[in-house]
Design a protein around this ligand. Structure first.
Ligand SMILES: NC(=O)C1=CN([C@@H]2O[C@H](COP(=O)(O)OP(=O)(O)OC[C@H]3O[C@@H](n4cnc5c(N)ncnc54)[C@H](O)[C@@H]3O)[C@@H](O)[C@H]2O)C=CC1
Ligand SMILES: NCC(=O)COP(=O)(O)O
Length: 361
């Protein structure tokens, strides 16, 4: 057979194949299992990927019952990790825990559920690192349960970074209109200013620029850097962090971009009360935020239902819902699955854009 035809056939086959996306089940007492079922009922999802739920088959069955879904569980264990099926009528579950659905209380975190959540996340990371899945998507966990289970990590981000050995990583919340990236993540507000360093801000700006270019396909990313004080300090009247830390970081990041041939437009520090308005209206592709709520409050005002949380700077692809476990509505069939759907789509998109290993079955 001529080589050109063989190549064509191989390419055709490759195109038909879809990335396996591992979806961690999250907190069994929260909305994770039910939003996973709702997302998997969207047939469009099955045209772009093969979902593999990393969790608990019995809990997933209970979620299917809650949603009155006709999808059938295909239970997989570790020894048969490659026996994944591709059909919108079934749901592949890598059965990691055995939590006995009927004993779980919706909305009540426990050490046992915390340990299970940790297992799902660690397993997904390992599967991604070894190339068994192309990307991992996380359903929400409860940080208290993680703590009860003895984990030193505050959230997925820190845990996954540690397990993959990533040193320079950042949390980005991404939506169509607004993207924010955080210099500090899960720390008390009272510790924010002491944790801000020129190096950390430069690193976050550069992670943002690379991700906007490589993962989101933006040729010349426009990055706005927020101040931390009212009116960005206003000539040090309301704080010195802008003069002493943020402005030098912006200047150095601009120099680095120029000397490395990166087409980044980096500006700031800007007064935090107006910069999000400009970014959401198209002037910037991303706002670099000094602390968690500075970025997440404007982000969730715009993107609560369809926003995606993604960890950048990892050797694997990880996206997540932007919301938490919503204990107040858990197991009541009220939760919106749009954020999870977008997170899965973004993970697939990142497998197409990035140099991360593709996993296809
Ligand atoms: N990706 C993750 O694993 C995240 C975990 N968390 C954790 O979740 C737990 C609860 O956090 P909260 O601050 O209460 O935030 P939350 O996002 O769980 O809930 C806040 C409000 O939004 C509503 N809500 C959240 N998601 C919804 C959805 N999909 N559909 C409809 N309504 C929804 C809830 O009912 C509640 O009224 C905490 O332990 C927190 O640390 C919070 C954010 C992200
Ligand atoms: N607000 C974002 C959040 O708490 C999620 O954190 P992580 O679990 O993705 O690290």
């Amino acid at each position: 057979m001529p080589t050109s035809i063989m190549k064509h056939e191989i390419k055709e086959k490759y195109m038909e194949q879809k990335p396996v996306v591992g979806i961690t089940m999250g907190d069994p007492c929260g909305i994770g299992p039910e939003i996973i079922v709702s997302a998997l009922e969207e047939t469009e999802l099955h045209s772009i990927c093969i979902p593999l739920i990393i969790g608990d088959a019995q809990i997933m069955q209970r979620a299917l019952d809650l949603k009155k879904s006709s999808i059938v569980i295909h239970k997989i264990n570790f020894n048969h990790i490659n026996s994944i099926h591709h059909s919108p009528d079934l749901i592949n579950v890598l059965n990691i825990s055995c939590l006995y659905a009927e004993t779980l209380k919706p909305g009540i975190p426990t050490k046992v559920t915390g340990l299970a959540m940790l297992d799902y996340i660690n397993t997904a990371v390992d599967l991604a690192v070894t190339g068994h899945i192309a990307a991992m998507v996380t359903a929400p966990i409860t940080k208290t349960a993680l703590k009860m289970a003895g984990s030193p990590f505050h959230g997925h981000t820190e845990l996954i970074a540690s397990r993959t050995g990533a040193q320079n990583y950042a949390m980005m919340l991404a939506g169509e209109r607004l993207k924010v990236i955080l210099v500090t993540i899960h720390i008390p507000l009272s510790e924010v200013t002491e944790k801000l360093t020129i190096e950390k801000i430069i690193e976050t700006i550069e992670i943002a620029g690379d991700a906007l270019h490589n993962n989101f396909g933006i040729k010349a990313p426009r990055i706005a850097v927020a101040g931390v004080n009212p009116h960005a300090g206003e000539e040090t009247m309301f704080g010195t962090e802008e003069e002493m830390i943020i402005l030098p970081a912006v200047k150095k990041a601009q120099q680095n971009a120029q000397s490395r041939g990166k087409n980044f437009i980096i500006e700031g520090p800007f007064p935090p009360d107006t910069i999000f308005y400009h970014a959401a209206n198209g002037k910037y592709d991303c706002v670099v935020c000094m602390y968690h709520d500075q970025g997440l409050i404007p982000f969730k005002l715009i993107h609560f239902s369809d926003g995606v949380n993604t960890t950048l700077g990892l050797p694997i692809i990880r996206t997540s819902v932007d919301h938490g476990t919503a204990y107040d509505i858990a197991w009541k069939n009220l939760a919106d699955h749009q954020s999870l759907l977008q997170a899965i789509k973004m993970a697939v998109q990142q497998t197409n854009h990035s140099s991360h290993r593709q996993c296809l079955v």
